[in-house]
Design a protein around this ligand. Structure first.
Ligand code: ZN
Length: 134
């Protein structure tokens, strides 16, 4: 017989959470659903990379469009060229993630959140959903 470390309630040996207080039982094995198949990981990484590329290309196109607009529309030009600011972080984040995937290196949660906020929502979510087990 085991006892809950939080409330002292008596527990069945196979209990994963305490039925009385709901806290997870220490030493209990995590359910197998927390592991992802290599196919799932690969798909998530691919989707993350594709959406990063879309962000990169759209920012680059906006920059090019901005430069072209310099000759006839200053306001549009400024708007387009201001996308160079987002390129300044999209490029390094994309390159870093690409390298990490290639070398099978995990990326930090902070990096993933930055991707979500500054590069692409879909990429960030894919990276956060993917579980790192290296
Ligand atoms: Zn308890």
């Amino acid at each position: 017989m085991k006892y809950c470390s939080k409330c002292g309630n008596e527990l069945f040996d196979e209990a994963v959470i305490c039925p009385s207080c709901g806290c997870p039982v220490e030493g209990a094995s995590q359910p197998n659903s927390s592991t992802q198949s290599p196919e799932t990981k690969k798909t998530l990484r691919t989707v993350a990379k594709v959406f990063m590329l879309i962000s990169l290309i759209s920012s680059a196109l906006a920059l090019i469009a901005g430069i072209v607009c310099l000759w006839f529309d200053r306001v549009l030009a400024v708007r387009g060229i201001s996308s160079v600011i987002s390129l300044a972080w999209i490029i390094p984040i994309t390159v870093y993630y690409w390298k990490s995937v290639k070398e099978n290196r995990p990326v930090s949660v902070g990096f993933k959140v930055c991707t979500l906020l500054f590069v692409n929502l879909v990429s960030g979510i894919c990276m956060l959903v993917e579980k790192d087990e290296y």
